[in-house]
Write a protein that binds this ligand. Structure first.
Ligand code: ADP
Ligand code: SF4
Length: 691
């Protein structure tokens, strides 16, 4: 297949100082929850991007010195020469298919609490550490000797990066992170010396550091900036100031990589932010500088990419999440395989890995961060084993992924679905306010399965144990999903609460199926803490209801701090007039009111309600599996029977797609007994116990 000529522009080589990128696809730095702890896993993850055709590939942020680190977040270290081999392995993987390898160097300043090293944090202007948690730690203001030290530390890190084999060095000052932004922003730079005040002074450290880095790398490496496009607030480093800076120093870096002021703003989920949302902030910047401009925008559409390049807005299409969801995005465009692009759904599950210090998952790319640990590949199937026919029951995210991956491996796959529509929970959730992009989970998989001659799909087929025993299949996956509970049981209540039969009580399933209140005062009880409670509150407001959202947490949708949308969700609910009741849980449901109790004092009060929606927890739909287990399934020729996805243990959609992949990979896999089912790296012990 060849690509339509209108995409040719995306495959033009572009010069970046002393280097040339082979095309316009630039994988911007992104965290992955593995970092320095899992260097080989990170290297193989980056290798798939190289293989997938990215022209430029960056590491996540790399701490240049032990005096500034962001434990508990796991990024990369370049604290001394001993960190070079791990980064060299990553650089080698990045360059394996002709991509340029970039490293993002960071000094976290006011963002780094230094929990690991116990050093006193150093900041442009001292004060409490600014990070996701209100750590009771302050930073000391840099003096001139400290500033000279940090410049030298950047030069040292750059020298080590060159030794490790990198082509590009990115100086980090965006998302509110990175000392360059802290210098540039009047909000965090309140200095009155030569490094504070006028923009030229605030930019001084940047200018000096670029000189030091160029000298340390003998001018052989390209130096790029990742700078904030727009920081909110009256003293923030605004878009106008960024333009002033670029006009003042148009050729200072070899490329301008521009990202929004905060990480929350930059990595906006699809519920709140459209593709290409930064356009207005970037437009016109290219006219201020001869150097290439990189911008992000959750780009998955090649037409949107071409438009931004042709309109002179961007030289490089920057991408983090689209490169995670589909590491082969550039190659698929290059080869004209557009309908194979696995589009990011903008759910931000990948970010939760970083936020929880665990290897990141991707809802769409089930191989993400399993490339080395388990040998999974985003495109290449694991060779088929001796079995022939397999059955997958249920076509939700778990069943669809299971059928697709088993089909790709070459098995004869039967996929049976009770309903007439494929997609399971995403077929329903995609109709909720803001979640339409989630439908891509089903659309991409059904689109891939459709032309496969070895995968047969049977919609409208609710299977029973008898049906399955008669099908002559060798492996069976039961992916029958889960249903929301009605009885308030979740975390706060481990047993049902007294409920008057006169009060209508609904579940998210009822609402998604079109039922539930269409007016009046409704209490939504959210002990799930992810997106569903707030999404249903939005839905009910749209239906004309007056909504009270009750949560035992101090925060609305608390877990969405990990998807960087907790602030946006709360703002939206306030804007919609939803009344928020925090640190409270219902202890009884009466005929026309809910009794709420304070989670600390136990003090109760009545909240009038005409209906209640329980967003609490889900019960697995595992009856079919239990029925089968009670029968002689082995006698029917079935070698393995497995319950997967929400039917095994309800979780986010990414957990279900992962489960589908894991099942398909497991067909005919050698029995590893009690051995670990993945590879890991363990820190080497020091031979010498003395310091
Ligand atoms: P998961 O997230 O684990 O994929 P879902 O709830 O999204 O789970 O999907 C489960 C799917 O299984 C639903 O589409 C449901 O209609 C289907 N299903 C449930 N029971 C049966 C059955 N006995 N036979 C076929 N399909 C079933
Ligand atoms: Fe996109 Fe979600 Fe995958 Fe992240 S986890 S890359 S947001 S699909």
């Amino acid at each position: 297949m060849t690509r339509p000529p209108r995409y040719d522009v995306l495959f033009e080589p572009v010069r970046i100082g002393p280097k040339v990128a082979r095309n316009r696809f630039w994988q911007v730095p992104h965290c992955n929850g593995g970092g320095y702890r899992d260097p080989s896993a990170v290297a193989e993850m980056r290798r798939t991007k190289a293989e997938g055709g990215w022209g430029v590939i960056f590491t996540e942020q790399t701490e240049i010195h032990h005096s500034s680190e962001i434990t508990p977040f796991i990024e990369q270290h370049l604290w001394d020469d001993r960190d070079i081999p791990a980064l060299a392995r990553i650089a080698e993987a990045m360059k394996s298919h002709g991509a340029l390898a970039g490293i993002q160097l960071a000094y976290s300043g006011i963002n780094g609490p230094n929990f690991y090293t116990r050093e006193v944090p150093l900041a442009v202007t001292g004060g409490p550490i600014l990070t996701f948690t209100p750590d009771p730690v302050q930073a000391r203001t840099l003096d001139l000797a400290d500033i000279a030290d940090i410049r030298r530390w950047f030069a040292n890190a750059a020298r080590r990066a060159r030794t490790a084999g990198f082509d590009l060095i990115c100086l980090y000052g965006a998302h509110g992170f990175g000392i360059f932004q802290h210098f540039l922003s009047r909000a965090t730079n309140r200095r009155t010396d030569a490094y504070g005040g006028a923009l030229a002074n605030r930019a001084r450290f940047l200018v000096e550091t670029v000189e030091a880095v160029r000298e340390a790398t003998k001018g052989e490496l390209a130096v790029t900036f990742r700078l904030s496009l727009h920081e909110e607030g009256p003293e923030g480093f605004s878009n106008a100031e960024l333009r002033e800076l670029i006009a003042l120093h148009p050729t200072l870096p070899d490329a301008w990589d521009l990202a929004q002021g905060t990480w929350e703003a930059c990595s906006g989920p699809s519920r709140f932010v459209e593709e290409g949302a930064q356009e207005a902030l970037v437009a016109g910047i290219r006219e201020l500088t001869p150097q290439p401009v990189v911008g992000v925008g959750r780009f998955t559409s090649p037409d949107a990419m071409v438009r931004q390049v042709k309109a002179g807005i961007l030289d490089f299409i920057g991408a983090a999440r689209p490169s995670i969801a589909d590491p082969f995005l550039p190659r698929k465009i290059e080869e004209g395989r557009l309908d194979e692009i696995r589009e990011c759904i903008g759910c931000n599950i990948c970010i939760t890995g970083d936020m929880t210090s665990s290897p990141s998952r991707c809802t769409q790319n089930t191989a993400f961060m399993e490339e080395w640990r388990k040998g999974w590949h985003p495109e290449r199937p694991t060779p088929k084993g001796p079995s022939g026919r397999v059955l997958v029951v249920g076509a939700g995210p778990a069943g669809l992924e299971a059928a697709l991956q088993a089909g790709r491996r070459g098995y004869e796959v039967m996929l049976a679905e009770a309903g007439t529509v494929l997609g399971g929970r995403v077929a329903r959730e995609r109709r909720l306010p803001g979640l339409s992009a989630w439908g891509r989970v089903a659309d991409w998989r059904t689109g891939q399965i459709a032309p496969m001659p070895n995968v047969q799909v049977f919609p409208g087929s609710r299977l029973t144990a008898d049906d399955i025993l008669g099908l002559e299949v060798e492996h069976v996956a039961i992916a029958t999903g889960a249903r929301w509970r009605r009885d308030a049981v979740a975390r706060f209540h481990l047993a049902p609460i007294p409920t008057d039969p006169g009060m209508p009580v609904f579940t998210p399933d009822d609402l998604m199926e079109g039922g539930g209140p269409t007016g009046g005062r409704v209490t939504v009880y959210d002990d799930d803490h992810f997106y569903m409670g707030s999404v249903l509150a939005e839905l009910l407001v749209a239906r004309g209801c007056t909504v009270d959202l009750v949560t035992p947490s101090a925060l609305v949708a608390e877990w969405t701090r990990n998807t960087l949308e907790q602030g946006r969700i709360t703002r939206r609910l306030i804007g919609l007039g939803v009344r928020l009741h925090r640190n409270l849980a219902p202890v009884a449901v009466g005929p026309d009111a809910v009794t709420l109790a304070c989670t600390y004092s136990g003090a109760t009060h009545e909240l009038p309600a005409a209906a209640v929606v329980m967003v609490t927890s889900r019960l697995p739909e595992d009856r079919l599996w239990r029925d089968l287990r009670a029968r002689d399934w082995r006698g029917a020729g079935i070698a393995s029977l497995k319950l997967i996805g929400d039917a095994a243990a309800p979780g986010p959609i990414a957990w279900a797609t992962y489960a589908g992949r894991a099942w398909a990979e497991g067909i005919d896999a050698p029995d590893r007994g009690d051995a670990l089912p993945f590879r890991r790296e363990i820190a080497a012990l020091e031979p010498d116990l003395a310091f």
